[in-house]
Design a protein around this ligand. Structure first.
Ligand code: FAD
Ligand code: NDP
Length: 426
């Protein structure tokens, strides 16, 4: 026995929320759309979990950050799904999928069939065990991917105020959590293998600025090494972190942010994969024409860089979701997804945005000892990427528009002299 829907979305994260909104905007009929999510709550803006959710005072809590508040649109509380005739099956994992039969089997034993399937299963946090370090069961080792992780992180943080926190990983989670730990009055030490934070995006000059700012807030950095093991108390709590360089850091808690893996396992052997995700075309359609993929799990052609990429950021989740729904509901009117990659972060009083591709030569500009500075990336004679810290709304719009245009750059010294003025004049 089972139910049948015209459209089914697996996953109830950011991409699912924006897809549902787009379905309703485009007039989906009551009873046609179903969302199946392992999480117990309606789709929400995941970025809130490493920012507002961790604040010691007036922290963000649901329902305040359900999708689509992140783009200043209506907030889709559970009631909204009901009012729009969308079946929201929460707290339910899809166990298997058969794309030939167009059916899904849930962990509760229900078979759900579809005409069109949208895969929005996102990603899971990589665990230390996958690098041979034991510690998964320790109550004071925290990861951060979903609401349950965030609740646990808040509890652990509150239980060791004034204590020592070790942050493993120098990427997005590491940087945003280290800031929150300090704001919550813990001593934070960041440990990562690279020579600088945010190594995949920041230049060493940009990274130095953030590291110095963090140090001024009390964060310590131990770079170029990884943890090899933990020391445990008799109750199984981690008490210290042992590093490959032989040092030992006392720890009341540990936060781990060492990257993610897309949740593709339901479709391995059934759909074509690329870059660790489900390969889709410019309509977000997979190798099976009834199956679409959006958000972190999708590897799509990023036209502006001329490559298929998987992007792990919220703007791409939102826009790929809207595009897939447009392509399904109005195929003739919907062209190829033409996306300008956009990443951002906000920590302490800092705020940066990046657009495009960080490939080629770099030209820095602005005041690195002050508040507003940035960089352009120039590849094969064209400006392909822009970074700006401390910009105004208009300045961020200007770097986005300039990057989209990929202007020809003949004189790097002149570009450096013009700095932000270049983007404002294009
Ligand atoms: P997700 O939002 O992860 O949703 C996936 C959903 O699928 C989840 O609900 C999951 O439970 C469900 N699921 C998975 N497998 C199954 C299954 N088999 N059955 C049923 N359900 C399933 N990006 C930015 O650009 N800026 C930020 O500031 C930012 N902050 C972030 C902060 C945190 C703490 C995290 C974790 C991410 C952040 N990101 C940020 C990244 C951004 O949130 C993701 O790119 C975005 O959430 C991807 O959306 P998605 O819908 O593809 O995946
Ligand atoms: P990232 O990929 O950003 O960073 C992972 C970091 O951990 C890298 O510095 C990586 O180094 C390092 N690392 C890898 N293996 C180890 C190891 N064994 N020991 C120590 N360090 C290690 O992933 P995060 O976990 O920080 O973030 C998870 C997801 O959440 C990402 O998709 C990210 O986009 C998203 N996110 C985005 C935010 C934003 O956009 N503002 C905010 C928060 C999360 P190396 O590069 O050498 O592998």
């Amino acid at each position: 026995m089972g139910r049948a829907f015209v459209y089914v979305i697996i996953g109830g994260g950011v991409a699912a929320g924006y897809a549902a909104h787009e379905f309703v905007k485009r007039g989906v009929a009551h009873g046609e759309l179903c969302i199946i999510s392992e999480e117990p709550v309606a789709p929400y803006e995941r970025p809130a979990l490493s920012k507002g959710y961790l604040l010691p005072e007036a922290p963000a809590r649901l329902p305040s950050f359900h999708c689509c508040v992140g783009t200043n649109e209506e907030r889709l509380a559970p009631k909204w799904y009901k009012e729009n005739g969308i079946e929201l099956i929460l707290g339910t994992r899809v166990k298997s999928a058969d794309v030939r039969r167009k059916t899904l089997l849930t962990a509760t034993g229900e078979t759900i069939s579809y005409k069109y399937l949208i895969v929005a299963t996102g990603a899971r946090a990589l665990k230390l065990e996958e690098f041979g370090v034991n510690g998964l069961d320790a109550p004071n080792v925290c990861y951060l991917r979903d609401l349950a992780d965030a609740d646990r992180l808040v509890d652990v943080m509150q239980s060791c105020s004034g204590g020592n926190a070790v942050v493993i990983g120098g990427g997005y989670i590491g940087m945003e959590c280290a800031a929150s730990l300090v704001i919550n009055k813990l001593n934070a030490t960041m440990v990562f293998p690279e020579a600088q934070c945010m190594a995949r995006l920041f230049t060493s000059r940009i990274a130095s600025y953030y590291e110095e700012f963090y140090q001024s807030k009390g964060v310590k950095f131990i770079k170029g090494t990884v943890l090899t093991s933990f020391d445990f108390s008799s109750e199984g709590k981690v008490t210290a972190v042992n590093l490959r360089d032989g040092s030992k850091l006392p720890a009341d808690m540990v936060v781990v942010g060492i990257g993610i893996r897309p949740n593709t396992s339901l479709f391995e052997g059934q759909l074509t994969m690329e870059k660790g995700g489900i390969k889709v075309n410019g309509k977000m359609q997979s190798s099976n024409t009834s199956v679409y993929a959006i958000g972190d799990v999708a590897a799509f052609p990023v036209k502006i860089v001329g490559e298929t990429r998987r992007l792990e950021h919220v703007d791409s989740a939102r826009k790929s979701a809207r595009h897939a729904v447009a392509a399904i509901m109005e195929p003739e009117k919907t062209g190829e997804f033409d996306y300008l990659p956009f990443f951002y972060s906000r920590v302490f009083t800092l705020s940066w945005q990046f657009y495009g591709d960080n490939a080629g030569e770099v030209v820095h500009f602005g005041d690195f000892s002050g508040h507003t500075f940035g960089a352009y990336w120039i590849n094969k004679g064209h400006l392909v990427g822009s970074f700006l810290e401390g910009g105004t709304k208009e300045q961020y719009e200007a770097i986005a528009q300039t990057t989209r245009l990929k202007p020809k750059i003949e004189d790097l010294a002149e570009l450096e002299r013009q700095g932000l003025g270049f983007a404002l004049s294009v």
